[in-house]
Design a protein around this ligand. Structure first.
Ligand code: PLP
Length: 402
């Protein structure tokens, strides 16, 4: 009889968003007229911009003509996009990342989940709690639930920034600006992680999906702003949230040439070579038309439009923050990230607060406990709804008898 990868049986039920959907469904069945405002899911609402749309149309037309039609492209991405990324996101900011170190992909979710393919099964993997669930679940899929996975608590006391593990950790996932807490890591804090990784020959998997939302010029937007990071970190970037590509699908992963590891036999191996091998075998490239769309994000018009979209969401975030604080609630994040993380008032747990917010304000958010046990007692609101709905949500919270 064939066998399955029974690590999958060790995964917790992914019930967070389905439980939310069930609760909303039940509520609307008994309150059909309720005008529900969704500040829960991390999906964008503004459409893709004009520069991107024009590029998509042009690329579709090229594909429909014999002379300009393209079949399989390079698995790593087209040079036109990798060059724009390297130049705009790194070289112009004084970071020496080359186009060859960029791997274009169809989403950071895939890449943060798949990166484990090139990592050994005996590593001790450190993951924050609360966390974007993909890191934990994809690790369990690979090595099962075991004491090889250690959780780094992020709470009010440490400002939602994990302490460097006292015990051995070979791999650590860091995500800043953070989903779900909306907090950021300063240059000093990130430098400590890079120094630690270099000292212990550990690998940092740095998810920078929300870097475009950083407003504070002092906060690093890339881990490669920190000296030495190219020898110890892989960085994941996405066009999903800055350019509205959640449904278009394009992202990239940076695997620097300087990132090397020694095998037990003493052979030096490049992670760039391994990831290249993995991608060439299991991935046939991001669609040409989508890469042209991503390229348009880097045009002057595209950059302007993306800035406007990000500003729009960040104004929403600012309104949510201010509204909650006015209500006397304890609030984190939302200044350099599209997520506002609040402490549930009056000792309510995350789900109890969810129920009250839904029933009394007709607003849907995300219970913090859904991101890990340390999220219990917290709640996530997102800035991705429209200005009007966000304003209305804040007005309702203001008038709420909590
Ligand atoms: N990383 C983080 C921290 C996210 O919150 C998300 C999406 O919500 C992703 C990655 C996935 O991004 P993509 O749409 O590129 O797969």
């Amino acid at each position: 009889m064939f066998q399955i990868n029974d690590n999958y049986l060790q995964l917790g039920e992914s019930y967070l968003f389905s439980r939310i959907a069930d609760k909303v469904k039940q509520f609307t069945a008994t309150h059909p007229d309720a005008d529900i405002i969704r500040l829960g899911i991390g999906d964008v609402t503004l459409p893709i911009s004009a520069a991107v749309t024009d590029a998509l149309h042009r690329a579709v037309d090229e594909m429909a003509v014999k002379e300009t039609f393209r079949g399989y492209g390079p698995e790593q991405g087209y040079a036109f996009l990798r060059e724009k990324i390297a130049e705009t996101d790194f070289q112009r900011r004084g970071i020496a990342i080359t186009p060859g170190e960029i791997f274009v992909s169809d989403g950071s979710k895939s890449d943060t989940g798949n990166i484990g393919d090139i990592l050994g099964g005996d590593n001790i993997v450190a993951i924050t709690d609360p966390v974007y669930p993909v890191y934990l679940d994809s690790t369990i899929m690979r090595i099962g639930r075991s004491d090889q996975t250690i959780l780094l608590a992020c709470d009010e006391e440490n400002g939602f920034l994990p302490a460097i593990p006292a015990e051995r950790a070979d791999i650590v996932y860091l995500c800043y600006p953070n989903n779900p807490t909306g907090t950021v890591m300063s240059r000093g804090e990130l430098s400590k992680w890079v120094d630690w990784a270099l000292e212990h020959n550990s690998l940092i998997l740095f998810d920078a999906a929300y870097e475009a939302f950083i407003r504070d010029k002092e906060i690093p937007r890339s881990i490669y702003e920190i000296e030495g990071a190219q020898a110890c970190a892989i960085e994941f970037r996405s066009f999903s949230k800055n350019a509205g590509f959640t449904g278009v699908r394009c992202s990239y992963t940076v695997v620097p040439e300087a990132l090397k590891v020694k095998t037990p036999g003493g052979e030096e191996v490049s992670l760039h070579r391994l990831w290249n091998r993995r991608q060439s075998t299991k991935f046939n490239g991001t669609a040409y038309i989508i890469q042209r769309a991503a390229e348009a994000v880097y045009s002057p018009q595209g950059q302007k439009e993306v800035d406007e979209m990000v500003s729009y969401y960040m104004q929403n975030a600012g309104m949510i923050r201010a509204g909650l604080m006015e209500k006397g609630l304890t609030v984190f994040g939302g200044e350099n990230a599209p997520y506002v993380w609040m402490k549930c008032p009056a000792g309510l747990d995350s789900w109890a607060f969810f129920d009250r917010l839904l029933e009394e304000c007709h607003i849907v958010g995300t219970p913090g406990v859904g991101f890990g046990s340390k999220g219990e007692g917290y709640f996530r609101l997102t800035a991705f709804n429209s200005r009007e709905k966000t304003e209305e949500a804040i007005a309702r919270i203001n008038a709420w008898q909590l």
